[in-house]
Each structure stands twice: as C-alpha cells, then as structure tokens.
Design a protein around this ligand. Structure first.
Ligand SMILES: [Zn+2]
Length: 333
C-alpha cells in the first residue's frame, strides 16, 4: 500500500469490496473486450481503503458491467419476486417492497422475522440500506405515520436513515423453496408436497407434508424437530403410541391446516401455535401435534434467506438480525 488516500486506484478488484458507496464512479473508464487497460478511480479520503493500481488483461466488458453496477433495491426486489412470486401471496396479505426508493444502492442487508423497533435500530446501527422482514410492516391500513405510535416511530427512523423494507410473507410460506419446504427438508421428510397446492404449480402452495422413512417414534420425531428449530422447548399433544410415518408442516400460526393433515392421512402435525380446541381436535383425529412456537418455526428460514441473498449478491453483505429474540420464554417451576 502506498500513495495518498486520494490517489488513483484500479477498478475491477475494488468494485467487489462492500462498503464503497463513497467512491466516485464517474472516473471509471469503459472497457473494451480483448484489450489491455489500466483502470483508475478516486477513493475519498474518508474511505480509509487503499488499493494498488493494476492492469486488467482480456477483460470481458459484460463482466465488468456487472461488477461496476451497484446493487439497487430494485435488483433485490426482482430476485425476491423471482424466488417468492407475488402470485403466491394470500389476498389479505401485504407483501413486496413496502418502504423505500427502488433506485437506492444497497451494499448491506438484514433479514428478520419481524421488524421490531429493536431490529430497526440494529439495521440503522449496522448501516444497512435494506431490511427483508418475513412479517410485513404496514400490515393494516394507516392514515398517519407519526412519532405518536410505535410503528410510526419505527417507520420514520427507517425512512430518515434511508432504509428500504421488503416483506415476502405468505409468498415465502408457499414458494417452492420457501419456509415450509425448508422445515420439511430439514426434518428429513421425503416426497414433500404442499398441503394445499397452488394454481401455479404442484411444487408451490400452503404448508407441506411428507414421508418419514423409516417410520419413527414420536420421541424420535420430537428430537428431530427440536434439533432444526430455534427452540429449547416444544409443546406436544400425544395421540396414542402409533409410530410417525407421515408429517404435516405448517410454519407460524397454521392450525387451520389440521383438516388438510387429516385429509391427507398424516399422523403428526408440526406447527408454531394452536388454540386449545385445535389441540383437542388433533387428538380426536389421532394426530400427534407438535407446537414449536411461532418464532422457532420460522426463524431458521430467515437465517437461510440471508445466506441465499449473500450468495446471489456477492458484492453485498447480508446477515440475519442478531437483535431479534423469541419473545416467549417458558417459566419452569
Ligand atoms: Zn409468521
């Protein structure tokens, strides 16, 4: 490393480094394929990042164009909509880009289950320009966004800090590689299918069910479920001694799928939460019911989503919120 902080530096390798939004991109020189270039651009003194100028041989201009172009909110939205098509979202839901400017640049992203005020503070503190939250903000219509409500204060903080917000919610639930599919796979099910297939394709739709091969005892299934969800407790309603062969999955508050689990011959149903009378209905139907808690059933997929975003946008950093916690604890006597 040498030279003044405001010197000239090579472009190609620099462009892969996150956190360079302060670069003056107007100094970039267009590349021509098959030619030799020395690429230079200026770094601001504040960036603290020094890099030796170097020559680039036989550079493919399309590669360079990809590297040169900063990731924008619009790019991330396009990827999310491809993975979790908006057509899969329930009619009552509020999904997609809910806050933000599509042309804004993004080099740090945060995923979370719920965009609480703590998570919003974390996003601002960590200099994130985009939050992907599973549960939507602005879920109910509002007529004011002011500092008089908790949601208003959180949204104002995000707006003032230039943070965009996207929520895939029920399209993430029902996607081919969505939350329910992910939990079904991590439990080790085979022949996984939706509990309610969508009109789009047989691979998409609400909930999942699949086979456990070979069949296992309920205790073995509980061990598996505890191992793949973010929890140190499970609630269980046993329904006899029969081994488990077919398991239904409904992440979050999905007790309504009990009827589908029964219709499809499942002998165990794993979901986040359920009311007392649903628990009794499961026992009457001869179905073991495992309740992981809403948070624990969905949080692992949020962590996985951050990994997938990092892989898909290598010039950015994406991580799952460290501030959010399961809000429910067990008080043990
Ligand atoms: Zn949920």
């Amino acid at each position: 490393m040498s030279g003044p902080a405001s010197g000239k530096f090579a472009a190609c390798s620099v462009m892969r480094v996150p956190g360079i939004l302060g670069l003056n991109l107007r100094n970039l020189v267009p590349l021509r394929r098959g030619t030799r270039h020395t690429l230079e651009l200026c770094l601001s003194e504040q960036s603290g990042f020094l890099h030796r100028p170097h020559q680039v041989d036989e550079c493919d201009s399309s590669d360079f164009e990809r590297q040169r172009r900063l990731t924008t909110v619009s790019d991330v939205c396009a990827w999310l909509q491809q993975q979790f098509p908006v057509e899969l979202a329930e009619g009552w839901d509020n999904t997609g880009l809910l806050l933000g400017r599509r042309t804004s640049a993004v080099d740090r992203m945060l995923t979370c289950l719920t965009l609480t005020s703590e998570v919003a503070e974390e996003a601002v503190r960590e200099s994130c320009q985009m939050v992907i939250t599973h549960h939507p903000v602005l879920f109910r219509p509002v007529q004011q966004i002011t500092d008089q409500t908790n949601e208003g204060r959180t949204l104002l903080r995000l707006i003032e800090s230039g943070v965009s917000v996207y929520s895939p919610h029920t399209s993430f639930d029902s996607a081919a590689d969505g939350i329910n599919q992910s939990l079904a796979q991590s439990i080790g099910l085979t022949q996984i299918r939706p509990l309610q297939a969508s009109d789009q394709s047989p691979d998409t739709g609400a909930g999942r069910y699949g086979e456990l091969e070979p069949p296992q005892s309920l205790e073995e299934v509980l061990e598996r479920v505890a191992g793949v969800t973010s929890t140190n407790w499970l609630k269980v309603a046993r329904s006899g001694q029969s081994p488990v062969r077919r398991i239904a999955i409904g992440c979050g508050a999905a007790e309504g799928f009990l009827r589908d689990a029964e219709r499809l011959g499942c002998d165990c149903f794993v979901t986040g939460e359920a009311r007392f009378h649903t628990v009794l209905a499961a026992r009457s139907a001869g179905i073991h019911l495992i309740l992981t808690g809403h948070y624990s059933s969905e949080r692992p997929a949020v962590v996985r989503l951050a990994e997938r975003l990092s892989e898909s946008f290598p010039g950015t950093e994406c991580f799952a919120s460290q501030a959010e916690r399961n809000p429910i604890d067990l008080f043990q006597l």
